[in-house]
Design a protein around this ligand. Structure first.
Ligand code: UGA
Length: 453
């Protein structure tokens, strides 16, 4: 099998499926990425992946190439794992350029029938379009079938999510495609049996499978914005959103997951997916039904400004500016740049966005992240970066913890208090022990936990 596209998604899948025993070829147009992977270097941070890459390269089950001819020769099943970024235009719809490029690069080289399986997150009805594209470019006599099987992996937890998925969704148009997909996942089923588990498989049509993915991400985004909106009420009323989330989450119909209030959701998936979902619904004439996703996005964006306003309040620098903050001359340590822990991914990172806003409001911002520094520097070169946690907080008037890394969660507040200019902390992910920090002399502000002031 081949995996077309070797970014976070494709590289992780290629490596994990080699681990499951398949002969895998990873394909990408980026020569440097392919050279790195072939040399045993994972070009991003994902716990455990490097070990698996090297083990499977050594076992000879895994190879990487930029050559689509080689890909066509190698596989009968080709997984499309390329990026589907948000378009830069007003529509905010998904850009399918890379999907088109992968299909039109591969298909003309096929010499036998093949199954293309989309894993990328795409607008509903993309399978149909890919099938037409493939039919147009296929050599005569070669049949190309197209299916969609969305992925649900979470960065930082990707190995488990791929090897031990909580469900598989096969969007197929024929029994043959279903059989091929089941065979391509035999390793996943066998692993589940060893652990005495079952992997639920939902077999459906391609359009439903495509929608499952965007609906799942939209629901997760909705949960987060819901709890964040409620956190504002908690702040206003002197209640505690962490206790509230725990209490409502104990109702199995609600569940505790994705109810952590904070600085909002980011990353390369949830923000762009809710916008693309709305854009596609509008194209289908039902955009009004998903208008609430616009508000979900709005709540999320306002969370970032909320941190700036919290900072202004704590530093006694509220102003008559439209945002209510003027931080000129204040030194703020921003702990976190990655959009969440256990990754170096800074795409649409709330931490980095807040750091940028604090800077815009005049603060002298110093950023530190255990893994995301190189990417952060590339995206936000105008900010200052410290080589360590201690350097970042040194002489700070305010510390903002915006990514819930263990290094920050388990830090000793008494020791850090010795380094800062003033012991004030904003816990943007509600990941610190508020009582411990206050006992060490800190003025602590969480999100939706105003009664802990
Ligand atoms: C997300 C989905 O969770 C995956 O199921 C999906 O496969 C993936 O997108 C994708 O489309 O490829 P991911 O972007 O890796 O995964 O990150 P999440 O773990 O979902 O976190 C997204 C953001 O929400 C982060 O900024 C995180 O800090 C934030 N979050 C998460 C909260 O603010 N509160 C929570 O309770 C949970």
């Amino acid at each position: 099998m081949t995996f077309l596209g070797c970014g976070y998604l494709g590289a992780t899948y290629a490596i994990c499926f080699a681990e499951l025993g398949y002969e895998v070829l990873g394909v990408d147009v980026d020569e440097r990425k392919i050279q790195a992977l072939a040399a045993g270097q994972v070009p991003f941070v994902e716990p455990g992946l490097s070990e698996l890459l090297n083990r499977n390269l050594a076992a000879g089950r895994l190879a990487f190439t930029t050559d689509y001819q080689q890909a066509a020769d190698h596989g009968d099943v080709h997984f499309i794992c390329v990026g589907t970024p948000q378009r830069a235009d007003e529509s905010a719809s998904a850009d399918l350029t890379y999907v088109e490029a992968a299909v039109t690069s591969l298909v003309p080289h096929l010499t036998r029938d093949a199954l293309l399986v989309g894993k990328s997150t795409v607008p509903v009805n993309t399978t149909e379009w890919v099938a037409q594209l493939a039919a147009k470019h296929a050599p005569s006599g070669v049949q190309v079938e197209v299916a969609w099987s969305p992925e649900f992996l979470q960065e930082g937890h990707a190995l488990e999510d791929v090897l031990r998925p909580n469900r598989l969704v096969f969007g197929v148009s024929s029994p043959a495609a279903e059989a091929a997909l089941r065979a391509a996942h035999r390793g996943v089923f066998e692993l589940a049996l060893q652990d005495d588990r079952q992997v639920p498989v939902v077999v459906t049509d391609p359009a439903t499978a495509e929608l499952v993915k965007v609906a799942a991400n939209a629901f997760l985004a909705t949960k987060i914005s819901f709890i964040n909106a409620v956190s504002a009420v908690c702040d206003a009323a002197g209640a505690d959103v962490t206790d509230l989330a725990k209490a409502i989450g104990l109702d199995a119909r609600i569940g505790t997951a994705f109810l952590r209030a904070g600085v909002g959701f980011g990353g390369g998936c949830l923000p762009k997916d809710i916008r693309a979902f709305q854009a596609r619904a509008a194209e289908l004439g039902v955009g009004h039904e998903l208008r609430f996703l616009h508000e979900i996005d709005g709540i999320n964006q306002r969370r970032r400004l909320h941190v700036v306003q919290l900072a202004a309040g704590l530093l006694d620098r509220t102003s008559s500016r439209p945002t209510g903050a003027d931080l000129t001359g204040c030194t703020v340590a921003v702990l976190g740049a990655a959009f969440k822990p256990h990754t170096d991914d800074v795409r649409d990172s709330p931490a980095l966005a807040v750091a940028g806003m604090l800077h815009q409001h005049g603060a002298n911002v110093v950023v530190y992240d255990p893994a995301g520094m190189d990417n952060a520097r590339r995206v936000s070169p105008h900010l200052q970066y410290a080589p360590s946690f201690e350097d970042a907080v040194s002489d700070a008037d305010l510390v903002c913890v915006l990514t819930a890394w263990d290094e920050f969660r388990h830090a000793d507040p008494a020791a850090i208090a010795q380094l800062v200019a003033a012991p004030r902390v904003i816990d943007g992910m509600n990941c610190l022990d508020a009582d411990l920090w206050r006992a060490a002399g800190w003025t602590y502000r969480g999100i939706g936990r105003q009664q802990h002031s």
